[in-house]
Design a binder for this molecule. Structure first.
Ligand code: ZN
Length: 468
């Protein structure tokens, strides 16, 4: 099966970034349209290895241009079932990034692809070898796929025609977990896909918490672990409940410890401030603490403006990612907003003060009615002053917290607690320091922690001396 491709394929190209001046074409992305979709298909309806292109090919695209782009893969096999679609779909992201000169970002209908000038000058003139390479990798890496066929679309009308139906597929996947909760199951699932760039990341997927990338829910994790228990998605026995409210379980803590090589040994699934879930880098949304109003804002990847704290998504994402527990920031998948356990340890929606209008509209039906119009968007508050005014005008529940804090007789107590409490650490974390904050109890005296993974270190001599 040694096919010749006009590019190299290796996981080492995964981190490759293609900037605007280095790109030959941009496909889909925030300024165009597209999607990626995997469908489980009956065996006799898939022609193995076949590639179909609807619309212009790469050779017909001008340098520097932007085009709509959809990728559909039909998979078949005895073990293939609908529950596996998301898992396979997520791997399109990895595999396309394995291709030198190709960059794939995001998922579902947010996919954003670039192909570099370099790749084109080395002979990449068609989408066909890309599709063939991805199909080859699908079959090599996911042996339950017996047949796979790819359809790529660069024709806008064709993409628009299918868009509603495609969104309905994503929606029905998301809806499946709605009536299932952590208390109903005894197994969660983990995903280690993001460990390639965030080695201490521990992605825990429960019925109440989708993966941070938004692509893998509990059913998907279960299906993947069933066909390939040694693969990147695996079962996590829930173990005993340590705390229901914040979502702390012995099974999760054990896996946190082993998966992060000991860097973290506690994760509270529904906590923003204390032992929060780690954040990888491909999260759909970043939550950020706003100390000035003691509330939490959320900003998504598609929002190009700045939040009331003056920062755009990219800056805060840089602060959040890398597989750390970062006090004051939290990466999540959009579907987590639909969870009844959404940051319930910190007040849930009553703690949310700001989010971009597009994101708010997307999850509006899941925001409790009594708070929905009290959450500001960029149309209501562009900076901290206007945010504070908006929250006051709307009598947002957060305002009661300010009043409680202002009562003088409690001042002493508040001060003392603040020394230990995480939210106060956020204030220190807010200025744009490059260093992630350590959680208070995990490293009491601060200091430096170094993690080496798969590293070989040889040293002639080490001298450790007490500071004079
Ligand atoms: Zn991730």
């Amino acid at each position: 099966m040694a096919e010749e491709f006009p590019f190299e394929i290796s996981p080492m190209f995964e981190g490759e970034r293609i900037r605007k001046d280095g790109m030959h074409v941009e496909l889909s992305g925030p300024k165009s349209k597209g999607y990626e979709l995997v469908r489980a298909t009956p065996m006799d309806e898939v022609e193995d290895g076949r590639f179909t292109l609807i619309g212009p090919d790469l050779s017909e695209m001008e340098e520097g241009s932007r085009h709509p782009f959809a990728m559909i893969y039909k998979i078949a096999g005895e073990l293939v079932e609908e529950d596996l679609e998301s898992i396979v779909e997520r791997r399109n992201h990895d595999f396309q990034n394995y291709i030198q000169g190709m960059m794939h970002l995001n998922q579902r209908y947010d996919v954003w692809v670039r192909i570099s000038k370099d790749a084109v000058s080395k002979g990449l003139t068609s989408f066909e070898p890309i599709a063939k390479a991805v199909m080859m990798l699908f079959k090599n890496e996911l042996p339950f796929i017996e047949k796979v066929e790819a359809v790529y679309v660069t024709d806008l009308a064709e993409i628009e025609k299918e868009m509603d139906a495609v969104k309905a597929v994503y929606q029905s996947r998301d809806d499946r977990t709605r009536d299932l909760h952590e208390e109903d199951v005894d197994t969660f699932y983990g995903c280690s896909l993001c460990q390639s760039f965030a080695p201490s990341n521990v992605c825990v997927i429960t019925p109440d918490r989708i993966s941070l990338c938004g692509a893998i829910n509990w059913f998907d994790g279960r299906a993947a672990a069933k066909v390939d228990p040694e693969g990147p998605q695996f079962a996590i026995p829930k173990g005993d409940v340590i705390d229901v409210e914040s979502g702390e379980f012995t099974g999760v803590n054990e896996i946190a410890k082993s998966l992060s090589s000991g860097e973290y040994d506690r994760i509270k699934l529904h906590s923003f401030f204390e032992y929060p879930h780690t954040s990888c880098g491909c999260f759909e949304v970043v939550g950020f603490y706003i100390p000035e109003v003691d509330g939490i804002g959320w900003i998504d990847r598609d929002y190009a403006g700045t939040a009331p704290n003056g920062l755009p998504f990219s800056t805060m994402a840089g602060q959040t990612g890398g597989g750390k527990q970062v006090a004051g920031f939290l990466g999540v998948g959009i579907n987590y907003f639909r969870s009844p356990k959404f940051i319930q340890a910190d007040g849930g929606w009553d703690r949310v003060v700001w989010m971009p209008k597009n994101l708010k509209d997307r999850v509006l039906s899941d925001i409790p009615a009594e708070i929905a119009d009290k959450v500001a968007t960029e149309e209501d508050a562009a900076d901290l002053d206007s945010l504070r005014n908006f929250l006051t005008d709307k009598a947002h529940p957060i305002v009661e917290r300010w009043e409680a804090e202002e009562e003088p007789e409690e001042e002493e107590e508040v001060k003392e607690e603040a020394a230990a409490a995480a939210p106060t650490m956020m204030q220190a974390a807010m200025p744009m320091q490059g260093m992630p904050m350590m959680m208070p109890s995990s490293s009491g005296t601060g200091g430096v922690k170094i993690i080496l993974k798969n590293a070989k270190v040889s040293i002639d001599k080490v001298i450790i001396q007490k500071k004079e």
